[in-house]
Design a protein around this ligand. Structure first.
Ligand SMILES: Nc1ncnc2c1ncn2[C@@H]1O[C@H](COP(=O)(O)OP(=O)(O)OP(=O)(O)O)[C@@H](O)[C@H]1O
Ligand SMILES: [Mg+2]
Length: 260
């Protein structure tokens, strides 16, 4: 059975997509069968995996509206194959923004993705879902099918405030819709230890969330921005570098530990 993880934080620009594609590539690099689902109409994880969102014939939109199965809509990327870290991609583009409205009338609309994934469950070891920067029906679909949530965050002033909303949403989903759901870990990204405020927020995080904070810290690094322009925003592209490796092993540890 595939382990399904959402990468979520309703705050924008905190590194969700970068974390998702790097983790997907890192897991693929060591032979895991991975499906990466882009649940964001911005389509950044799709582009970041080397698939042109403007040329998608079928996407996660069609899967949510039940006009295609995951097997029909998934794509692969030559760039990932070249890098030796190939994973399947269920892509997204701006069409997905319409799904929110189109699903309003539908019954069990928050379980659409879960139902669709059940058909390919045996084909993957990991399913990673890149969520949009909102607590919307799209994010809810991700949370309803996931075993866990990875929360990337920047150690900044308002970070903890937003986190409370996210944690409450996760608790509500767990209580009402998906008993399997747990927080896998909070991942401190774009971290600069020279900035005192970041250290303070980091300390507060550890005080509040203790062992739910990943040991691994992702430093601010200019490389993802540069590589983003080429269409691949991996830090590892070819070599499974430190970012995916350390986050991968922590995710792995959590994935193999039964939920408490
Ligand atoms: N460790 C890092 N160091 C420097 N820049 C980074 C790092 N991680 C991500 N970035 C850059 O920060 C920006 C936001 O990252 P990303 O797109 O992953 O965030 P996001 O949470 O997915 O954003 P959104 O909420 O819009 O979906 C991007 O330009 C990305 O290249
Ligand atoms: Mg994103």
């Amino acid at each position: 059975m595939a382990k399904i993880f959402c990468v979520a934080n309703q705050k924008g620009g905190v590194g969700k997509t970068t974390t998702t594609v790097n983790l997907a590539a890192g897991l693929a690099k060591v032979g895991q069968r991975v499906l990466m689902i882009d649940l964001d109409p911005q389509g950044n994880a799709t582009m970041g995996s080397g698939v042109d969102k403007r040329k998608l014939e079928l996407s996660v939109y069609d899967v949510l509206l039940e006009s295609a199965s995951v097997a029909e809509a998934r794509a692969q990327s030559d760039k990932l194959k070249e890098g030796g870290c190939s994973y399947d991609i269920l892509g997204a583009n701006r069409e997905l923004a319409g799904a929110e409205v189109e699903l309003v009338e539908v019954e069990r609309r928050e379980k659409r993705l879960k139902q669709a994934l059940a058909e390919v469950d045996g084909e993957y070891d990991f399913v990673l879902i890149d969520c949009p920067p909102s607590l919307s029906m799209l994010t809810l679909n991700g949370l309803c099918c996931a075993h866990g949530v990875i929360v990337p965050m920047q150690c900044e002033y308002f970070a903890l405030e937003g986190l409370t909303d996210l944690v409450n949403t996760i608790k509500q989903v767990k209580a009402n819709l998906n008993d399997d759901l747990q927080i896998i870990g909070l991942l401190r990204v774009m971290f600069d230890p020279r900035i005192t405020l970041q250290q303070q927020v980091s300390d507060q995080l550890k005080a509040h969330f203790a062992d739910k904070v990943f040991e691994t810290v992702i430093p601010r690094n200019v490389r993802p921005c540069v590589q983003g322009r080429t269409g691949l925003c991996h830090l590892c592209a070819g070599d499974g570098g430190a970012y995916p490796k350390n986050v991968r092993s922590e995710t792995w540890d959590c994935a193999l530990t039964p939920p408490s």
